[in-house]
Structures are given as structure tokens and as C-alpha cells.
Design a protein around this ligand. Structure first.
Ligand code: NAD
Ligand code: UDP
Length: 343
């Protein structure tokens, strides 16, 4: 069912400038994914040459359409679990390679775990050989089903080590261990971001995470599937805000001695999210309840004091602004024969 969508003009945290300096070569593992493709565009604008390594498990080549022909951009199909190309020379590395949506990371849990552990090891060795700074996309899932709320970086978490989410949660926790051991052992310059639920343009319609599921369901006029009672909470960050946080963390003059929370502290129940999506899409869809997945965290909200004070970063885009923008994106993607025009 086609719906009218109001698009709000967004104040993006990113300044859309063209850099004429060369800042070196940045490698983005997972660069064809939702967040990775936004990061690649930002790095090119900032004056980097960019190399992507991606196995296209959840990423898409068309996410890179805007930059594929840029002479300063290279995309290599490669699984980071396998030995990396030996001739890679890079100044900075961003590791975003890992499926992030529960249905995707649970589809092949052993490969998900290998991606976080063996993939991180391969990239850390590359960083060591090149004396390159390296960034890890960690996750709020390291807090598991948190008993401390909101979650500060010092909280060690409450994670089930053998459940269906463990391949992702424990994989990311192990990757954090490896990053900090490489820093302590070899003096590597590492930056570790713990990312809280982020959404926006270029999520796949079948991604399976809640924001894209609800928007696609509402645009189709289908029931919105709320898992459990819908009283569980999440804090949703818009992608542009998050990418600004990545850049600030990577460019901070000294490396924080711990992982850094990046996310939007505005907390919503899943039922509130469903209601807002129905409102923004003018949809007549109903809300239906489905079983709550095993180990689904009951609450989640970042304490971003460190990022605020030390990186001067905080999200600027509200949930209502971000939803309007993301809805417009999916509306064009699903219903327009014209290519999606992105802000
Ligand atoms: P995504 O699934 O869109 O992107 C992941 C990318 O990594 C895809 O392009 C995929 O093809 C690629 N990839 C997966 N396994 C790979 C492998 N073994 N070798 C090479 N490439 C591989 O997800 P996203 O939302 O863009 O997430 C990016 C990163 O941020 C992930 O590491 C994820 O864990 C982390 N993160 C995201 C969120 C979020 O809310 N979006 C929250 C916490 C953490
Ligand atoms: N969720 C939901 N309906 C959906 C997809 C997800 O109610 O169609 C719920 C899910 O159970 C969780 C929350 O929304 O409580 C966020 O889920 P998502 O997979 O986006 O992220 P994560 O659980 O990894 O935080």
C-alpha cells in the first residue's frame, strides 16, 4: 500500500566539503554494508583513498554506486576470515565487517564468530605490519541483557555465553580482548566504538532489524510485528550522527584507554517505536505480537558522557527526524522505478 511521506530537512552532523589534501589510504572492512558505505563516502570527502574488503554477505555493491567510479576508491571482494591480500598497504583501518542483524548473524553462527575473532586477528596483523591506526566496530551487545542502566563503558555486561545471540555478543567481546591485547603488546593505536542500535538510509528491506522491519511493514500496509510485549527498550541513533562519532573517535589526538559508547541516549519502548512508524507513514497497519526471541535484552541506553566530554560528540538527529528520512528512503526504494535520491 503506497503512503504519503513527509520528508523533513535534516541538519546533518557531517559537513559536505571536498578535501583537496591527501590524508592517506583507509581500509574499510565491511564497506559495502549499511554503515560501511556511509563511512566510505565520508572518508573520500575527507581526503582519503579508500579500499573496501567485503564478502557481500549482507552488503551490496549498489550501496557503493555513488563512489564505485571514483579513482580514489577500490573495492575488493574478500572474506576477512581468510588470509588478507599480502600487498595491502594502508594508513588506517576500520573494521565494520560482521553481519549485525540477529537473523543474519544467527544464520551461520560459526562463521559470525570466526568473522569477529579470526577476521579481527587478520586486520590487527595488517595494522601491525603497516603501523596503521585501527578502529573496531564493537557493539552494545557486549552488555548483553544489562543489569545496569544506562550502560557506562565500565559495565562488564550480562551475556549468555552459549545462547543463539552468543556468536555475535561473545565474538565482539573476544574482538575487544584482541584489540586491547594488541595495543598493550605491540603499542598499536586502537579505537574501539561500542555502537548502540543505529538505523537509516541503505538498510536492506529484509535486514530484519526493528526499524527497517517496521517501516517496510507499514509502507506495505502489513501488520507491524512487535516481539514480546513491546515494553523492552532500545535507543536509536541515526547513521549520519554515528559516522560523525566514528570520525571523531578515530581522529582524537590520543587513543582512549577503553571502548567508547556511541549511540543516542533517547530511549523508547518497541511499542512506542511501532506507534511512531505508523504515524510517520500514515499507515493503517495494525500492531501484532510475536514471541520474544531468546535472550532479547530488556533495556538498552548508552551513557555517552565520555564521548560528549572527550570527543565533543553527541547525536543531533531526533528519532522523529530520522524516521521521516528513513521512511522516505524506503518509500522511494520500494515504490519508485527511479533510482533512490539520497540526501
Ligand atoms: P551490515 O550487515 O549492513 O554490514 C556488515 C558488512 O560486513 C556487510 O557489507 C557484509 O557483507 C560485511 N561482512 C560480513 N562478514 C564479513 C566477512 N567475514 N568478511 C568481509 N566482509 C564481511 O551491518 P551494519 O549495520 O552496517 O554494521 C556494521 C558494523 O557495525 C558491524 O560490525 C556491526 O556489528 C557493527 N554494529 C552495528 C550496529 C547497528 O545498529 N547498525 C550496532 C552495533 C554494532
Ligand atoms: N523487534 C520487534 N519486531 C521486529 C524486529 C525486532 O519487536 O520485527 C524487537 C526485538 O525483539 C528487540 C528490538 O526490537 O527487542 C530490537 O531488535 P533489533 O533486532 O533491531 O536489534 P537488537 O535486538 O540487536 O538490539
Amino acid at each position: 500500500m503506497r503512503r504519503t511521506v513527509n520528508v523533513l530537512k535534516l541538519e546533518s552532523g557531517n559537513s559536505r566539503r571536498r578535501a583537496n589534501i591527501n590524508r592517506g589510504r583507509a581500509l574499510v572492512a565491511g564497506g559495502a554494508g549499511f554503515l560501511g558505505s556511509h563511512l566510505c563516502e565520508r572518508l573520500l570527502l575527507d581526503g582519503y583513498d579508500v579500499v573496501v574488503l567485503d564478502n557481500f554477505h549482507t552488503g551490496k555493491r549498489y550501496n557503493l554506486n555513488a563512489i564505485l567510479r571514483n579513482p580514489r576508491f577500490t573495492c575488493i571482494e574478500h572474506d576477512i576470515v581468510d588470509a588478507l591480500p599480502s600487498d595491502l598497504q594502508v594508513d588506517e583501518i576500520y573494521n565494520l565487517a560482521c553481519p549485525a542483524s540477529p537473523p543474519h548473524y544467527q544464520a551461520d553462527p560459526i562463521h559470525t564468530f570466526k568473522t569477529s575473532v579470526l577476521g579481527s586477528l587478520n586486520l590487527l596483523e595488517l595494522a601491525r605490519r603497516n603501523n596503521a591506526k585501527i578502529f573496531q566496530a564493537s557493539t552494545s551487545e557486549v552488555y548483553g541483557d544489562p543489569l545496569v542502566h544506562p550502560q557506562p563503558e565500565a559495565y562488564f555486561g550480562n551475556v549468555n555465553p552459549h545462547g543463539p545471540r552468543s556468536c555475535y555478543d561473545e565474538g565482539k567481546r573476544s574482538a575487544e580482548t584482541l584489540f586491547f591485547d594488541y595495543s598493550r603488546t605491540y603499542g598499536l593505536d586502537i579505537r574501539v566504538a561500542r555502537i548502540f542500535n543505529t538505523y537509516g538510509r541503505r538498510m536492506q528491506p529484509d535486514d530484519g532489524r526493528v526499524v527497517s522491519n517496521f517501516i517496510v511493514q507499514a509502507l506495505h500496509g502489513d501488520d507491524l510485528t512487535v516481539y514480546g510485549s513491546g515494553q523492552q527498550t532500545r535507543s536509536f541513533c541515526y547513521a549520519d550522527d554515528l559516522i560523525e562519532g566514528f570520525i571523531r573517535l578515530m581522529n582524537a589526538p590520543s587513543a582512549p584507554q577503553h571502548p567508547v559508547n556511541l549511540g543516542n541516549p533517547a530511549e523508547f519502548t518497541i511499542l512506542e517505536l511501532a506507534t511512531q512508524v505508523i504515524e510517520y507513514t500514515n499507515s493503517r497497519s495494525k500492531i501484532v505480537h510475536r514471541p520474544l526471541p531468546v535472550d532479547d535484552p530488556k533495556q538498552r541506553k548508552p551513557d555517552i558522557s565520555f564521548a560528549r566530554e572527550k570527543l565533543g560528540w553527541e547525536p543531533k538527529i531526533s528519532l522523529s527526524q530520522g524516521l521521516a528520512h528513513t521512511t522516505a528512503y524506503f518509500d522511494a526504494l520500494l515504490y519508485s522505478s527511479r533510482p533512490v535520491k539520497e540526501a
